[in-house]
Design a protein around this ligand. Structure first.
Ligand SMILES: [Zn+2]
Length: 115
């Protein structure tokens, strides 16, 4: 999900600055990291990105996989997670986490008789 680190060596900057590209719904983001931060990023890029967005690593991966789209918390008759959306795509991590698998679609909230 993440690109390798690039390094900036500029007389305008104090010390080395590393650029880390991290995945996010709707596109990636570049983070400017100190050498210590770059070492933590290199050890586990997805964990570093998850912490940046204040998500657990598994949540971060699911946020990326769903393109930030929250899905229904109900199950189908085959006991699989419902794939109905309960919000728009590319939500920020906080709103996605609040809605994802926490809200029900019309079929599961009792307003429809099919699933
Ligand atoms: Zn549903």
């Amino acid at each position: 999900m993440t690109a390798p680190l690039d390094t900036i060596n500029s007389p305008c900057l104090r010390g080395e600055v590393f650029i880390a590209s991290i995945a996010a719904p709707g596109g990636g983001r570049d983070l400017y990291l100190s050498p210590d931060e770059a070492a933590r990023f290199d050890a586990d890029p997805d964990l570093f990105a998850a912490k940046y967005f204040e998500l657990a690593k598994a949540e971060y991966r699911e946020w990326i996989e769903t393109d930030g789209t929250p899905f229904c918390g109900g199950e189908t008759r085959l006991r699989r997670p419902c794939r109905a959306r309960v919000g728009r795509p590319q939500q920020n991590p906080c709103d996605w986490k609040r809605l994802h698998r926490a809200c029900l679609c019309r079929a599961h909230d009792g307003r429809a008789s099919y699933v």
